[in-house]
Write a protein that binds this ligand. Structure first.
Ligand SMILES: [Cu+2]
Length: 147
């Protein structure tokens, strides 16, 4: 009996270790704007939902199709759009943060290795401080997608 209980405890530990809070962060509607010509920089958007009871931070973005991913904060300054790289983006508990064109947040891919065409599917890994890396597929939308 004791052996069975120990076995169950180990099994449970294994399950929790394999999926550390992964269910608490959900990535929805991820998309990337197509690259223009030989352009090597583009933006990525979508919604990050935190169904957990603790805030988490988006700390990095990786994709096989670009050398670097950055988290950006965009704002209007005297009629000009300005973008700044930020080290992390907080996803409050029980909230959804949308990464959208225009003022607000988005991620940026630099050093895109091959042109991204509308309809392409791109794997993107969003890395969270607590939830760890979460992979999602992003759809490439036309250059003309809403700015
Ligand atoms: Cu940007």
């Amino acid at each position: 009996m004791k052996r069975l209980r120990d076995f169950c405890a180990i099994l449970m530990l294994g399950v929790f270790a394999a999926f550390p809070a992964a269910a608490e962060i959900k990535i929805e509607g991820l998309w990337i704007r197509a690259t223009a010509g030989a352009g090597k920089v583009t933006g990525g958007f979508g919604t990050i939902r935190n169904t957990g009871v603790n805030a988490d931070d988006l700390v990095a973005v990786h994709t096989p199709v670009a050398a670097t991913g950055q988290i950006h904060e965009a704002s209007h300054e005297g009629g000009v759009m300005r973008m700044d790289q930020i080290a992390h983006l907080e996803i409050p508990a029980g909230a959804a943060v949308s990464l959208a064109p225009g003022a607000g947040h988005h991620f940026m891919l630099m050093g895109v290795t091959a042109p991204l065409k509308p309809g392409d599917l791109v794997e993107v890994t969003l890395v969270f401080r607590d939830a760890g890396p979460i992979k999602a597929m992003a759809t490439v939308k036309p250059l003309s997608a809403p700015k």
